[in-house]
Design a protein around this ligand. Structure first.
Ligand SMILES: NC(=O)c1ccc[n+]([C@@H]2O[C@H](COP(=O)([O-])OP(=O)(O)OC[C@H]3O[C@@H](n4cnc5c(N)ncnc54)[C@H](OP(=O)(O)O)[C@@H]3O)[C@@H](O)[C@H]2O)c1
Length: 260
């Protein structure tokens, strides 16, 4: 009997070490992770050793993410359309008992649709409705589903990708992106309101502008930066957040406060 126990000691010790590693590992849940800024967040968090729950609306269009997860076993891919209540229910059920340290709301309906560059006469109602459904209500639903998981963290953060196009003070002074800007301004309002609750829950909630980034959305715009620069700088801002930042709209570059 004793001999069996001694033989098993290395195994028992290694099991214990693995459990400790898993307990120490921070978890981030990222929405819209299959491409551009969301995918870069997956790579950077994974490279830092985080456990990454990388959600994507459609697994079929997530080839790069799937490839990356094959080489990084700390990345778990899950399907999530943030407007789909059944997806949200299923995911919540699966991760009900998990601590989420960072909830990263990246997914958005971004202005690739034609009417985003039209004046008021050309604003498309369907695109406007969809912008609110995804960018405002969808983001809020993700928070409603997972805020209790973030509350379990000692250092919980809810990060919401916003845009200067939604800022009354810093928006470009040109009449475009009506639907997108309105939906993100409404999301910002949700962030501000939520901050009065998170203050009581020891969670930091912020909106953050990633800058104008060289995704298709930012492509060709003057001063657009590369995706890895935007995300690397946001990583620093996110890492250094303190409770003082709760309820603020911050810039990717140096974490300065952007006027709502
Ligand atoms: N790029 C910029 O210059 C810029 C500037 C300011 C703010 N932002 C913000 O930064 C974030 C990322 O921007 P990006 O340029 O990387 O955007 P993107 O290339 O348009 O990617 C958007 C992501 O959101 C996903 N998505 C769309 N609808 C969804 C839904 N209903 N449920 C779940 N996922 C959904 C998309 O999935 P599919 O691939 O399935 O469509 C995609 O993964 C967005 O919040 C955007 O508003 C970007």
């Amino acid at each position: 009997m004793m001999r069996i126990f001694i033989a098993l000691v290395p195994f028992i010790l290694s099991l214990n070490a693995n459990l400790n590693a898993a307990e120490d590992q921070s978890t981030v849940l990222i929405t819209g992770s299959n491409r551009n800024i969301g995918f870069e967040f997956v790579k950077q968090f994974a490279n830092k050793g985080w456990r990454v729950i990388a959600t994507t609306r459609s697994i079929d269009s997530a080839d790069e993410l799937i490839e990356f997860s094959k080489e990084n076993n700390n990345v778990i891919i899950e399907q999530l359309d943030i407007t789909n209540d059944e997806h949200l229910r299923n995911l919540k059920k699966k991760y009900n008992d998990d601590v989420i340290d960072v909830l990263l709301n990246n997914a958005a309906y971004t202005p690739r649709y034609l009417s985003s560059f039209r004046g008021i006469d050309g604003v498309d109602h369907e695109a406007t409705r969809k912008s609110f459904e995804v960018n405002t209500i969808g983001t809020m639903k993700v928070i409603q589903a997972f805020i209790s998981n973030v509350e379990e963290s000692n250092n919980g953060k809810i990060i919401n990708l916003s845009t200067k196009a939604a800022s009354f003070e810093e928006r470009p002074e040109i009449p475009m992106m009506y639907s997108y800007a309105m939906s993100k301004a409404a999301m910002n309002s949700m962030v501000k309101t939520l901050s009065f609750e998170t203050a009581e829950k020891n969670i930091i909630v912020i909106a953050i502008s990633p800058g104008t980034v060289n995704t298709t959305l930012g492509m060709g715009l003057m001063g657009a930066i590369d995706i890895d620069e935007s995300v690397s700088k946001m990583m620093v801002v996110i890492e250094n957040l303190t409770m003082d930042a709760n309820g603020l709209f911050l810039d990717y570059e140096d974490g300065r406060v952007i006027g709502w």
